[in-house]
Write a protein that binds this ligand. Sequence first.
Ligand SMILES: C[S@@+](CC[C@H](N)C(=O)[O-])C[C@H]1O[C@@H](n2cnc3c(N)ncnc32)[C@H](O)[C@@H]1O
Ligand SMILES: [Zn+2]
Length: 290
Amino acid sequence: MTINIKNTKTNKIHRVLHCLYCNKQFRFVSSNKIICQNSHEFSIDEEVLILETKIKLPKKFVWGKKLRNPKENLLLDETQSTLAKPKSKLRMEKMISFIVNNLTKNNTTILDIATGRGLLIRNLLPATENSVIYLTDLDTDVLVGTNKLIQTLHGKNTIVPITSSATHLPFNNNSIPIVVCFGINNVRKTREALIEIWRILKPEGKLIFSFSLMDQNSPSFDWLQTQNDKPNSFDVIDKWQMEAKNMGFTIFKQEILFDGPVEKAELDLIPRENGERFQDVGVVLIKKST
Ligand SMILES: C[S@@+](CC[C@H](N)C(=O)[O-])C[C@H]1O[C@@H](n2cnc3c(N)ncnc32)[C@H](O)[C@@H]1O
Ligand SMILES: [Zn+2]
């Protein structure tokens, strides 16, 4: 079930959440607004708590109002996304299964970063019970659509969708045991996001994610060099490990799920060329206790 916000004025679910202006907890939640202890007010749009209002999403990520209709979401899977191509579909499925298989699923709290159209969450929910699951994305429209799309998959879980940037999360320090993300380098400030995730994870908490990495000096790498968001160590094969360790994570598991030539898809954020090499990796990081 989705939290019935009307009945949860000072509800326990929001204990881990805090206001992004003053870090205080929330004291009031109605169906259309949420107010912190210092009276900062945030709106709620079709069940999505809009807690981030300052950080703007780059245009290429903005999905638009269309995706508030979940049918549009499913249509994209069938036509333009990587799922529309059998080989790429298999790659996506492997990356999603890695996360679902490495997760403690029941009686816990899970935060999904950059939920987007919900490919991960649609697979994760049927395998999970009695958990509180926070969905976060910077785009409210896509969260509204995804939240509708998963209505029949909730089971005994509680779903809390929040407009929030991965680089500025409205959660207390050391508050979340499990963070998941399918495609972590879609958040272009990946390093900033990982530092933020480290902050909110409990000591010994796990960050479980999968991503596709490019070859240095590949056409995709060259293209990304021409963009505002230059390639970083979470874009290129075998560069991310050192960076993750420096941040205070232990690499608990890393599994190469695919390595080889890929095909182009219409919805790709990087205009990759058919046949260039990518490596898909599944990773489990643990926040070292200090
Ligand atoms: C391709 S989707 C990722 C796939 C998604 N995890 C799934 O399971 O379907 C990329 C998403 O990242 C979101 N995004 C990009 N930058 C972000 C940021 N800084 N914080 C939160 N979400 C972000 C975009 O709005 C978009 O919905
Ligand atoms: Zn506040």
